[in-house]
Design a protein around this ligand. Structure first.
Ligand code: PEP
Ligand code: MN
Length: 331
């Protein structure tokens, strides 16, 4: 349940109620927001005189629900991302930061194609301890300096909660990867900040679990969450994962958060990324995340799926008619 309470609600009544019901308290401009389990349907007698509005739900998808608020827009620098924004970010860049030259080449490609968002991982959560684990702090420094010179918005992922402060200080958007979606240390630390979070769906998680992970961030007071569908594991093994567009339709219909699609990790190969991107734009999502590398064959992670610049350029041309139908402009 979500309650909006008068700002003059006595502290002792508020505290008593929140302790009893494990509720989160967030002070907003004109009210106090209380969030507890969806099993609660009414406030108690002490609190009732101070209730402005009560929102009840049939599951713990609450703050992210369209029944609570209309579609959210998130501002990052000059970009507004969300359902009613005319801007459509295509976030491009390598899986991992590897060298300064690599990032400079990517930045040049983005600028020449009027794109403003660069992605690159410095902390890489790999499935094998023997694979490249990322350049860590050095990687973040390279990303930060390349982005600063070229005025780009940066996206990079966290592997554990100890990196959150460093990431917030270094990048514009902190990405929570598919394996980190359940990491409550990461989610809570991001919830206590006001940085924009790109939350990827766990590849083995239901939509309910995915949105509840977003609720972990939202209930701490951080409203800046972008959902990202990146493919789930199914019985199919011809593709790396299965892009769950039904899930995206459900998210669009039921949640108020911006939604982006990452076709690169879903397919796991470069050949169909443009097709999936067209499908994503046609179904009305709010942005795309696409892995792009100056020389994918040499990439230290996810080599198979990264687009080279020719492929990326072709994709940008191919999606134009779909963006036009959606009245969106590439950003
Ligand atoms: C990535 O974006 O490079 C990444 C590791 O993504 P995911 O967490 O979706 O696998
Ligand atoms: Mn990757």
């Amino acid at each position: 349940m979500i309650l909006h309470l008068k700002t003059n609600t006595p502290k002792n009544i508020l505290k008593d109620y929140c302790t009893k019901t494990n509720a989160f308290i967030n002070k907003k401009d004109s009210f106090i927001q209380i969030v507890n389990s969806s099993s609660y349907k009414v406030a108690n007698d002490e609190l009732n005189p101070f209730v402005i509005k009560t929102f009840v739900f049939d599951s713990d998808i609450q703050l992210a629900s369209l029944k609570y608020s209309a579609h959210k827009q998130i501002n990052i620098d000059q970009l507004t991302i969300g359902r009613n924004s005319s801007q459509f970010p295509i976030i491009m860049g390598p899986c991992s930061v590897e060298t300064e030259t690599q990032l400079k080449e990517v930045a040049n490609f983005l600028i020449h194609n009027k794109l403003h968002c660069i992605r690159a991982g410095a902390y890489k959560p790999r499935t094998s301890p023997y694979s490249f684990q990322g350049l860590e702090t050095k990687g973040l420094e390279l990303l930060k300096s390349t982005a600063k010179t070229n005025n780009l918005i940066t996206f990079s992922e966290a592997k554990d909660a100890s990196q959150i402060k460093e990431l917030i200080d270094s990048v514009d958007v902190v990405q929570v990867g598919t394996k980190a979606m359940y990491d409550q240390g990461i989610l809570k630390a991001l919830g206590k900040s006001d940085c924009t979070v790109l939350l990827k769906r766990g590849f083995g998680s239901t939509i309910q679990e995915f949105v509840q992970a977003a609720e972990f961030i939202l209930c701490e007071g951080n409203e800046n969450v972008i959902l990202c569908e990146r493919g789930i594991r199914t019985f199919e093994n011809k593709t790396r994962f299965t892009l769950d567009l039904c899930g995206v339709a459900w998210l669009k219909h039921n949640t108020n958060l911006p939604i982006i699609i990452d076709p690169s990790h879903a397919l796991g190969s470069s050949y169909g990324i443009a097709d999936l991107s067209k499908a994503a734009i046609a179904m009305g999502v709010d942005g795309l995340l696409i892995e792009t590398h100056p020389n994918p064959k040499q990439a230290q992670s996810d080599a198979e799926q990264q687009l080279n610049f020719d492929q990326a350029k072709e994709l940008l041309e191919q999606v134009q008619p779909y963006l036009k139908i959606q009245k969106r402009i590439l950003y």
